[in-house]
Design a protein around this ligand. Structure first.
Ligand code: 6PG
Length: 226
């Protein structure tokens, strides 16, 4: 099941959804980039009880956790450190470098989520090249089906630092995937990822939950070419 929803501020709907799943003690995957910052700030204002929830990350840049490019740092500053009842946080250790960080994250995923991980909610963004998490067009990580977390030695976009990313088997196994995309500079990528027909070379077009729901939350500018 996939549904596209257009809002004046799609971040409001995402903040509500995150708060609901957190209250239910869900396993939640947050994403990086700049778009979710507003949604995270709104969720911090809601200040739901996240204490039974666990927060993971879709991908991470290989920098220290206090670095301005760190996805963890952004989510922590905008949301996690502001919550009265914070969740358990499983971050990707960017300071270890891509191979070691992917290995460490994989081990935690297998230990806590089992051999067939089914997250309650995975939040994702979309790059202007239609990348998702750190799955960039034409890169070998797109074909990784054995590992849950893959090292990405060459990022397809700035910041040009190695990354670690969740792979399609994890993304597509989720109970719910929510995309949050805003801005006119994403309209082409949105059309490639979610248009009819989608472009198979657009990494985001290959996110299709096998037994879950998928919601695409857009603002009007991002939805303009659908
Ligand atoms: C990252 C992300 C990435 C992001 C998109 C969109 O580490 O960069 O997790 O997949 O969601 O690049 O980013 P913006 O919101 O900054 O455009």
């Amino acid at each position: 099941m996939r549904e596209i929803r257009v809002f004046e501020d799609p971040g409001v709907a995402v903040a509500d959804r995150l708060s609901e799943v957190a209250e239910g003690g869900g396993q939640i995957v947050l994403t990086g980039g700049s778009t979710p910052r507003g949604a995270y700030a709104l969720a911090a204002q809601i200040d739901a009880d996240w204490s039974r929830a666990t927060v993971w990350f879709s991908d991470e840049r290989m920098v220290r956790p206090d670095h301005p490019d760190s996805n963890f740092a952004m989510a922590s500053k905008a949301l996690l450190s502001r919550l009265t009842r914070p969740p358990t946080i499983v971050r990707i250790p960017g300071e270890l470098g891509a191979d070691a960080a992917a290995g460490a994250y994989e081990a935690l995923l297998r230990e806590r989520m089992g051999s067939d991980p089914r997250f309650d909610l995975i939040l994702l963004g979309l790059g202007p090249d239609s990348h998702v998490a750190s799955l960039f067009p034409g890169k070998p990580e797109l074909d990784e089906h054995a590992r849950f977390a893959a090292p990405v030695p060459l990022a397809g976009m700035d910041p040009q630092v190695p990354r670690v990313t969740l792979t399609y088997p994890v993304l597509n196994g989720a109970r719910e995937v929510d995309f949050l995309v805003a801005g006119a500079d994403k309209a082409d990528a949105v059309a490639r990822a979610f248009g009819d027909p989608p472009d198979p070379d657009a990494p985001a077009s290959r996110v299709r939950t096998t037994a879950g729901s998928m919601f695409v939350f857009l603002d009007e500018a991002a939805a303009a070419r659908l």
